[in-house]
Design a protein around this ligand. Sequence first.
Ligand SMILES: Cc1cc2nc3c(=O)[nH]c(=O)nc-3n(C[C@H](O)[C@H](O)[C@H](O)COP(=O)(O)OP(=O)(O)OC[C@H]3O[C@@H](n4cnc5c(N)ncnc54)[C@H](O)[C@@H]3O)c2cc1C
Length: 386
Amino acid sequence: MELRQEALKQLKQFSEQHLSSYAAKRNFDYGPKMRTNTSVLSKYISHRIIDELTVLRSAYGAYPFARIEKFIQEIMWRTYWKGWLEQRPQVWQDYVTDLAKLRSQTQTEQYQQAIQAATAIPCFNDWVKELQTHGYLHNHARMWFASIWIFTLKLPWQLGADFFLKHLLDGDAAANTLSWRWVAGLHTKGKHYLATTKNINLFSGTTYSNLHLNETAMPCIEAKQYPITPLSFTNPNYDNALCLFHYLDCSFAEQSPLVSKSKQVAVLDCVSHLRSLQYASPVLDFKQKIQSQLQQHLATSLNKDVPSISEEHLANFVKKHNITKIVMPYLTTGYEHDLVEKIKKEMKEVTIEYAVRDYDKYCWPFASKGFFAFKDQIPGIIAKFM
Ligand SMILES: Cc1cc2nc3c(=O)[nH]c(=O)nc-3n(C[C@H](O)[C@H](O)[C@H](O)COP(=O)(O)OP(=O)(O)OC[C@H]3O[C@@H](n4cnc5c(N)ncnc54)[C@H](O)[C@@H]3O)c2cc1C
């Protein structure tokens, strides 16, 4: 995959030139023209064009642990969010339900000013434009943005999370939804993140004045509790199965040789589904590109015909090829997963099973409490997988 080559090149360059100063410099947002103090790998990692272990191994091989500990922890934040949401999928379902209820609020002047970069807060307007142009924001800018959205503009966090998810090239249901909840004070109950003019001016490299941010707001609260749903995984048998890939785990085939045993291989087209949810065009184009490259890559490496199949054509394909079992790389909670759950209900004649990576199977159960408890497991995770 061309995108994989691009990602590996970026990883190499970052590891060799900037990783050693990551801990000291990562919090500074120097703007879109100077993105070397963080890896900017998120759009690749979130689609597993390169997976977490590839990135961890590259860092681990380059420097002593103490030097790269902060970077490893940041990669682990992704694993933590994924595992946390996987054990509480109701958080996502409630978010989707809330969004439908909040739809009328997108017509308000306050919301329209926010998404059109027309608020009275210049830094916020700058980030809106940057997000729409580049499909990316620095982590600190994401925190400031979410905090201003919730506490100064007083807009619902769910609408902000929706705006992010549909404009970020790295948009990820777990990292995004849970980070917004974290800023609001709903993840660590009562502990919210308040953006301040002083902090923005210190780390953004721009001197903004008269921002008039709400720096004393109280955290958001919710009555609902989210108990853990225990994870359960199967070990699917690929014999006579259709192995149905998707763009959220592009490197799955490389670490699972059993895939070659499947009767048919195809890629599920999820882009049309996201188009119906009104994702921004650059995000749809990026996902379309990933999907096409994944399809070509699988066809070459497995030496098989690999079609791309949309939801509407799946039933016909299955019937034509006499398929009764579909195996997919595990689909984590999010819109693509919702699509497959809908397909499962409609296509009763086939079973759909998920194949899960050892890394996810091992790490996700540790994400049962806060990140600090998860962090204690990092040495064990490193020892097992490096
Ligand atoms: C409100 C908000 C929304 C966010 N939404 C997303 C999202 O949709 N998708 C997404 O991948 N990240 C999200 N993040 C996390 C983080 O901002 C990005 O992962 C990071 O900015 C990507 O830049 P980078 O690749 O240079 O990161 P680096 O600092 O170089 O980190 C390396 C990798 O570690 C992972 N990572 C780093 N920090 C985090 C984090 N806090 N949470 C999860 N993973 C992390 C990413 O895969 C990243 O590529 C969000 C953060 C906030 C505050």
